[in-house]
Design a protein around this ligand. Structure first.
Ligand SMILES: [Zn+2]
Length: 227
């Protein structure tokens, strides 16, 4: 048998194997649409403050190199779980948050934007000016930001990942909230809960104007410890 014939046979074998695996996957999804174990919609709750631990594995899950930072490693915390849900976005992230000063969460949002995920951020106008606000950084990166400047604060703290996963709770996206405050976060892909949050985001997005320029650093106000 010539080398060309051998290569052809191996190629056809590889195609046949790929098609078989695809077909088997399709068949299993038809038989068990929710998987072999029908676990229902995701329902996850976690609380803050979180213990301080390294979260590099969330950003670089396939890195072969150990992280050299001095923080504890191999520890799953409320914060690493939150980051993991945010970084799971593959198509869109709609974020509606009152205060946004946490650098790791900003890094996650910027990483999603860099890999082509459509990110939209709604925030409170007054809190774009607090010390450490990440709104300027995300806006400079080209992320669409709209600010609520109504008579009362836009006090929501929720995100919708890929139009089907809701992250909500008391937690502002600030270091104080994550490391010092008693806070809660609920994550679910229960459609009856996700849908109203999508509608609320669309409603607020429609009535608020885009932030044309990043907030001026000279206008920064001191951060409130309350958030
Ligand atoms: Zn580390």
């Amino acid at each position: 048998m010539s080398v060309v014939q051998t290569v052809k046979i191996l190629g056809l074998g590889a195609v046949a194997l790929t098609l078989s695996v695809e077909w088997l996957g399709w068949l299993l999804r038809r038989i068990w649409p929710h998987g072999l174990r029908n676990r229902g919609p995701l329902k996850e709750v976690f609380f803050f403050p979180t213990e301080v631990a390294c979260t590099e594995h969330v950003f670089h899950p396939d890195s072969p190199f150990p992280c050299p930072c001095p923080l504890p490693h191999g520890v799953e915390t409320s914060f690493s779980r939150l980051l993991g849900h945010i970084m799971s976005a593959s198509s869109s992230l709609d974020l509606c948050v009152f205060a946004f000063t946490n650098a790791s969460l900003s890094r996650a949002v910027l990483a999603l934007h860099a890999r082509g995920v459509a990110v939209r951020i709604l925030t409170d106008m007054d809190y774009t000016l607090i010390t450490g606000s990440q709104i300027g950084a995300v806006r400079r990166a080209g992320i669409c930001v709209r600010c609520d400047s109504g008579a009362v604060h836009m006090h929501h703290k929720f995100a919708v990942v890929d139009g089907r996963r809701l992250i909500t709770g008391s937690l502002n996206w600030t270091l104080t909230a994550i490391q010092s405050n008693k806070e809660n976060v609920l994550v679910t892909d229960e459609p009856d809960l996700v849908r109203p949050f999508i509608a609320e985001f669309q409603r607020l997005w429609a009535v608020n104007a885009p932030l044309r320029r990043p907030p001026s650093p000279v206008a920064e106000k001191p951060a409130s410890l309350a958030v």
